[in-house]
Design a protein around this ligand. Structure first.
Ligand SMILES: C[S@@+](CC[C@H](N)C(=O)[O-])C[C@H]1O[C@@H](n2cnc3c(N)ncnc32)[C@H](O)[C@@H]1O
Length: 435
């Protein structure tokens, strides 16, 4: 494992120093969401107005374009690498202007992402157009896409509606450009405002989610992530920007500073709304357990296997999140029984390392299956049988009333998802360590 440039004490904020193209290949973790603010390649020696002064548009050598092919190749390379770092149900947000956004949009489609929205961020205080030969540039675009066309993603529809006076939130966001209090730890030439990143994070992630930013700069993504109880890994090649990032994290290490920051972020109806909302989110999310079914005669073949396949049922060309929320599960338990109750779990269990959606043609032994797609669950360690785990479960206690879909699935001897606490509560005579 590579040595981080900085790792916060609470282990929620990591910074890696180096070229994102090398670093993305050097670790294994998969993320729930990615925000990328890549070079826009607009440093063409032009001029603009800033704080009443004429200044160069140049941002740094990292933002110089060497032509259309170069920009396309750069984008193709990082987007291909980042895809491998995303969970199956993860989404990615990429910001840009006319200089790079068309290239990004085309490549997302080429690389099998599914574009969900193109957000127009309308800046409330844009600089005037120096040339006077076209309209004032007052917007940036942010493409939101999911990794997999077939696997659904998370969207906090209700919260976004609430932030918009109880009307569906549109894809045009009026938010101010960066405020001076956000630059207390030093200046980054293209720093994004916390209000923008906070909205993005709350719209598309749950508490504790892991968020990746491959072009972190001053780590606005990480600061917004931590202020909202999410976790962050950022990459940048410039030490100067990583130092700003680290200091920004140190600044929000005490509770009072966090509260002050949360109040200052724009885009909420009042100064308390962000903090109040966070209280309602379930910070201690329960550890999810996936239940998988295996035919009785095959069950002993699980021993020493480090993979398990779930049928991924398609409906109108979209794979259902099936078993419900599998990609969020931490553990896998395999049961086998006849169509009689109570269900007997066999005691095969393992911690999940990774879940990937795969076409049958890519899976040995499944090429002739009637099922087109499978979820391949890779385990941290191969299954082992633990006889002490032989137990019966009261299915009534496995799910809440809201989880009817899960109940029905289990009743039909199909995979389902529950939580560790509920499993413990359903007459299971083992303790957590043994599962
Ligand atoms: C547009 S800025 C990101 C600004 C950031 N969103 C913020 O709020 O501060 C892009 C960043 O990418 C970094 N960068 C560009 N190419 C890179 C590469 N190949 N590897 C790592 N970092 C890179 C630059 O140093 C720059 O800080």
């Amino acid at each position: 494992m590579i040595e981080p440039f900085y790792k916060s004490e609470d282990k929620n904020f990591y910074l890696l120093k180096g070229d994102t193209f090398d670093l993305l290949e050097s670790f294994e973790h998969k993320f729930d969401m990615v925000f990328a603010d890549p070079p826009y390649f607009l440093s063409n020696d032009g001029l603009t107005f800033q704080n009443g002064k004429i200044t160069s548009v140049n941002k740094g050598s990292w933002d110089k374009s060497e032509g259309f092919e170069y920009v396309n190749e750069f984008n193709r390379k990082w987007l291909s690498l980042i895809r491998k770092k995303m969970k199956e149900n993860a989404t990615i947000w990429i910001s840009g202007t006319m200089h790079n956004i068309f290239s990004i949009g085309q490549l997302l489609t080429e690389l099998d992402f599914k574009i969900l929205n193109i957000i127009t961020w309308e800046k409330t205080n844009p600089p005037p157009n120096f040339s006077c030969k076209s309209f004032t540039h007052s917007t940036e675009h942010i493409i939101w896409a999911r990794k997999n066309e077939k696997v659904s993603h998370y969207f906090n529809y209700e919260l976004m509606k609430k932030l918009n006076d109880n009307k569906q939130m549109k894809d045009v966001w009026k938010l101010p450009a960066i405020a001076s209090w956000e630059k207390s730890c030093g200046k980054h030439p293209t720093q994004k405002p916390l209000s923008l990143l906070t909205r993005i994070i709350l719209a598309s992630t749950k508490p504790n989610a892991w968020i990746l930013d491959p072009f972190a700069g001053s780590s606005t993504t990480g600061i917004a992530a931590n202020l909202a109880n999410r976790r962050f890994l950022g990459i940048d090649k410039e030490e100067e920007f990583l130092r700003i990032s680290k200091n920004r994290k140190l600044e929000i290490e005490n509770i009072e500073a966090i509260a002050i920051y949360q109040k200052k972020i724009a885009g909420f109806i009042d100064k308390q709304q962000f903090t109040e909302y966070l209280k309602t989110e379930n910070i201690q999310q329960e550890s999810k357990v996936a239940l998988g079914f295996c035919r009785k005669k095959d069950i002993d073949n699980l021993k020493n296997l480090n993979k398990f396949y779930f049928h991924a049922i398609e409906n109108q060309n979209v794979v259902k999140d099936f078993p419900v929320g599998l990609v969020d599960a931490k553990r896998l338990l395999i049961y086998s029984t006849a169509r009689a109750k109570p269900i007997v779990l066999t005691g095969y269990s393992a911690i999940i390392k990774d879940v990937t959606l795969k076409h049958k043609s890519k899976i040995e032994g499944k090429q002739n299956s009637k099922t087109e797609f499978y979820y391949e669950v890779v385990l941290e360690e191969p299954f082992t049988k633990n006889d002490q785990l032989e137990f019966q479960i009261d299915t009534k206690k496995l799910f809440t009333d809201k989880e009817d879909k899960n109940k029905k699935l289990l009743a039909q001897f199909l995979p389902a998802l529950t939580t560790l606490n509920r499993l413990m509560d359903s007459k299971i005579v083992v303790n957590e360590d043994k599962i």
